[in-house]
Design a protein around this ligand. Structure first.
Ligand code: DC
Length: 235
């Protein structure tokens, strides 16, 4: 059976990675979380001291990119794929608040994007991949056979994220979470380089009123239709 590339783009906290992971598992495809790559570069900048009181030292970060080695490694026990930065498992660290606060700025640097996009394209060269991010259908794989653009209202996303954070014992209010989501939407959609936008040929999935199962079934049907079309008329 021929393999395809599935690009999953969309706003933050829409559950993109849950969808992408479940799809990859179902299809036996590779899953790549490109946000983790931007987060790892932001962590590298923090570790090297390129982020301080005077802000982000962009030139120093750009010059140091050749010393950044990123690798996704599958954990034998859980089966989860975790990010390694220069041979160190940084999966927990890249999800922390410090990295979250700086990652948008790091992701807006064109040299950083070029550095990561090249690696992402390499990962998809044999197809059979589900990649999630912001620019996968527009920049990384404009030729992807299936492009999904996941959305949900800011209030629904904030509510889900707030419940998740509270369950983890984090001290936040719903309003803080909503403000953070609105700020990230603004940064993601208005940056000059590769802003988040729906590719013209992407299929929009608004999951505000959908259960995870309904969403999965709908997307799996899209994948099956796409695989069938590929078989009948390969690109
Ligand atoms: O999906 P996430 O929240 O882990 O992404 C972290 C940051 O990286 C977020 O600010 C958007 C940015 N990002 C990006 O610019 N391009 C991608 N392909 C993936 C993430």
């Amino acid at each position: 059976m021929s393999k395809i590339i599935i690009a999953v783009d969309g706003y933050s906290s829409t559950g993109k990675s849950t969808i992408a992971k479940a799809l990859a598992k179902e299809l036996g495809y590779i899953y790549v979380d490109t946000g983790a790559m931007y987060r790892a570069v932001a962590l590298h900048a923090l570790k090297k001291g390129y982020i301080g009181v005077e802000g982000l030292q962009k030139e120093a970060l750009i010059d140091s990119l050749s010393a950044v080695e990123l690798r996704f490694e599958k954990q034998e026990t859980t089966g989860a794929v975790e990010m390694h930065l220069n041979q160190e498992n940084v999966e927990q660290e890249i999800r922390g608040l410090q990295v979250s606060n700086y990652v948008s700025e790091v992701a807006a640097i064109p040299e950083v994007r070029r550095f990561l996009v090249e690696q992402q394209q390499q990962m998809g060269s044999a197809k059979g991949i589900v990649m999630d991010g912001r620019d996968i259908g527009t920049v990384v794989f404009p030729e992807a056979e299936l492009k999904l653009f996941v959305t949900a209202s800011p209030e629904v996303r904030a509510k889900r994220r707030f419940q998740e954070m509270k369950a983890k014992g984090q001290e936040v209010t719903y309003d803080q979470v909503l403000q953070n989501i609105l700020k990230r939407d603004h940064l993601d959609t208005t940056r000059t380089v590769s802003p988040l936008k729906k590719a013209v040929d992407a299929i929009e999935i608004d999951n505000s009123k959908m259960s995870e199962q309904e969403q999965f079934d709908k997307i799996l049907k899209l994948v099956q239709d796409c695989l069938k079309a590929e078989k009948e008329d390969p690109r």
